[in-house]
Design a binder for this molecule. Sequence first.
Ligand code: 2AM
Length: 188
Amino acid sequence: VRLFIAIDIPPNILSTIASFLLELRAVAPNVKWVRDGNLHLTLKFLGETDPARQVAIEDSLSSIRSAKPFVLDISGLGFFPNAKRPKIFWAGVNSSPDLQPLVAEIENAMHALGYTRDVRPFTPHLTLARFDQPGIPAQLAATVAANAGHNFGSFTVSEFHLIESKLKSTGAEYTTLQSFSFVTEAPR
Ligand code: 2AM
């Protein structure tokens, strides 16, 4: 099975993003747009995994804790690696400082199970589209430049998910296998 670990985006923010993207999708039909329901914040991509290892992964992930929930603010638009030769069109994610240590813990936990650490620093983003051809429609570039600071709203996060990705001809299909609440109960 092909696995990754991610945070879900609540429906109200998904629909805010979806309505903003309607116009952009129309001006860039040749770009591979991520389906609205598939938008998520990837924390760690595990890739092809022996199903027999799923229990060990879930055990490990269920012990991960952070002191309190954190706030994610979906804000800004841009391209990786840059606007000239875009590979990925993204919406930015600003978070309270607790996100990076949580991701580091997930990295450590998965490294202990034999997964390679990501060499690149974790840059939280929502992938909105992928480019498999060079070049970018002028109208897409212009709209993104004009909305580089556009805000899509914020939400509080207290759980992440282990997700299976099935690659189909119609696009990726994601199934949540298990959810992990990472917030420590406050002592009374
Ligand atoms: P991205 O959205 O940041 O591009 C499921 O495939 C998710 O895992 C994708 O959304 C993608 O995150 C992430 N991912 C990270 N590395 C990947 C890789 N080498 N191949 C496929 N997906 C990867």
